[in-house]
Design a protein around this ligand. Structure first.
Ligand code: COA
Length: 378
């Protein structure tokens, strides 16, 4: 018998078909339903992109209006959930509190078990509306401030700033944030999306799948990299220290956060566009030193290792300059990626098969159980 081939990390394995997004190698471009993501970020608000991911087409003016009305109507969380948020330890990571809160939303929804497409779409809209409220309320509570009531007259991006800081900033800041949400929305079978698909493949429910996906996104090899990038930049502190820092990191074979990608080998197509938005933020907020540091890091890592920056590289400092605390960067990723996750959950359910791969066993041979008392310590 031939030895089974193992694909560690499922690298190079096609696990299913998907029509939601693709990186076209010819143009090195990530597309959602065929649209280049940079064009979506330039021409559409995040709400339009959410609609696209859940319906397969961009909305007309009327469709967008209706969709936004639905989302805005759901901008509320229960007093019970607010009580839960108040119980959390102030030092708990916001990804952990968000994960717990999303799981709690499942306990409050009498329709949690209904996996019909229209029921899941309704739940997805609720999650889209409520996740930002949870993130903003949790952040304020841990600073000893009271949550701010959401506003129905604002876009999702504007409303998030309003709930988080109590005011909506200049339009350039909102624009940069909104574009980052579009860039983060979807990326095919990445670790968290695949986690969501695996969970829903047992015919579990959307809350369980999203809760699991949040757990997966938290890791620094995945969504947690946007936080790690900013910690790295703060550690470097000044442009004058950047070259020595990166030379040492590469010489000692450290993973440099915000570089590398499983899918892109010649650079992440979202990066040049998001970098422009980050530079806008740096100029607006007196943060040009972060541009200088990033330029030194990226020239060196590309030059010496041919490894390119990924989206988290410009997003980390952009969020920092907007005033967000670092641990909330990955939760912001969640408030965007909920769109991709929900799209994949619904797609998986259209033609579901339980995900259950095999493992090549490399443990001990079969053996009898020794009764306690006769066992020798290993
Ligand atoms: N810094 C330094 N070296 C890196 C690197 C990085 N960020 N990313 C990859 N490499 C090197 C590895 O050390 C390895 O070198 P080796 O062959 O000499 O051992 C080689 O490139 C392949 O890396 P590997 O981790 O096996 O590739 P992967 O496809 O499994 O990893 C990531 C992809 C994203 C997990 C990886 O690039 C990484 O850890 N990046 C940093 C975290 C990050 O930014 N994550 C966000 C992803 S969007």
């Amino acid at each position: 018998m031939t030895e089974p081939q193992i694909a560690k990390g499922l690298a190079g394995v096609y696990a299913d078909t998907s029509r939601i997004s693709k990186v076209f190698d010819e143009t090195n471009t990530l597309t959602y339903y065929g649209y280049p993501v940079q064009e979506l970020a330039a021409s559409c608000r995040f709400e339009e992109v959410a609609y696209l991911l859940w319906h397969g087409e961009l909305p007309t003016t009327e469709q967008l209006k209706k969709f936004e009305q639905q989302e805005r109507k759901e901008r509320k969380i229960s007093p019970k959930l607010l009580t839960v948020l108040r119980q959390f330890d102030k030092d708990a990571h916001p990804m952990d509190t968000l994960r717990t809160a999303v799981s709690f939303l499942g306990t409050e929804d009498p329709e949690w078990a209904d996996n019909a497409p229209e029921a899941n779409l309704k739940k997805a809209v609720r999650l889209l509306a409520q996740i930002p409220i949870i993130i903003a309320a949790d952040s304020r509570l841990r600073k000893g401030e009271e949550p701010i009531v959401p506003r129905e007259d604002l876009t999702m991006a504007e409303n998030f700033f309003h709930m988080y800081f109590g005011e909506v900033p200049q339009k350039e800041v909102v624009r940069c944030f909104d574009a980052s949400l579009t860039f983060y929305a979807e990326h095919s079978f990445n670790a968290s999306t695949f986690t969501a698909r695996v969970i829903i493949s047992s015919l579990s429910d959307i809350y369980a799948a999203v809760t699991g996906a949040i757990g997966s996104l938290k890791g620094p090899l995945h969504g947690g990299a946007n936080e790690a990038v900013m910690h790295m930049l703060l550690d470097i502190k000044e442009p004058s220290k950047a070259q020595a820092w990166i030379d040492d990191a590469l010489a000692t074979k450290k993973k440099v956060m915000g570089f590398g990608h499983r899918v892109y080998r010649n650079g992440d197509s979202r990066v040049p566009h998001m970098t422009k938005y980050f530079h806008d933020m740096a100029k607006l907020k007196d943060g040009e030193k972060w541009i200088e540091i990033e330029d030194i890091l990226s020239k060196t890592v590309i030059g010496q290792k041919n490894i390119h920056p990924n989206l988290d590289f410009p997003v980390g400092p952009a969020y920092y300059l907007m005033g967000f605390e670092i641990p909330v960067f990955t939760p912001i990723f969640v408030m965007s990626r909920i769109t991709g996750w929900a799209a994949h959950i619904m797609e998986q359910l259209e033609d579901n098969k339980l995900v259950r791969p095999l493992a090549v066993y490399n443990g001990v041979p079969q053996r009898p159980v020794e009764p306690i008392g006769k066992r020798k310590a290993a």
